[in-house]
Design a protein around this ligand. Structure first.
Ligand code: SF4
Ligand code: SF4
Length: 99
């Protein structure tokens, strides 16, 4: 199984952005059927298809680690590592008090 982020593009991205940012989303090319769902539904426009029609994280700074791409991928080809996820409890604490 090959992970996209370990291939050429991913390695370049890592060297520019650092390990932490580039690892926010991992793709498993062997399981990807190029349906574009992950790219289409990312509300932050952090993903795009590359020249080989595989998704890649093109704007890690925009990715908020919501995990939607992982949930929506019908082929389990996307992983958003738990270490990047913002827990619901932490997210609730960040919300401003509107009362
Ligand atoms: S949703 Fe899954 S199968 Fe579809 S393009 Fe993205 S990674 Fe590939
Ligand atoms: S985790 Fe959320 S913001 Fe980041 S690439 Fe996936 S859908 Fe987009």
């Amino acid at each position: 199984m090959a992970a996209a982020n370990t291939k050429k593009g991913g390695q370049k991205l890592r060297s520019v952005l650092g390990e932490e940012e580039a690892d926010k989303v991992a793709f498993y090319h062997d399981w990807c059927k190029h349906c574009n769902i992950c790219v289409a539904f990312c509300s932050k426009q952090a993903l795009a298809m590359d020249e080989n029609n595989y998704p890649q994280l093109v704007a890690p700074e925009r990715c908020n680690s919501c995990g939607l791409c992982e949930v929506l991928c019908p082929d389990f080809a996307v992983t958003v590592p738990a270490r990047h996820r913002v827990s619901t409890r932490r997210a609730r604490k960040k919300k401003p008090d509107i009362n």
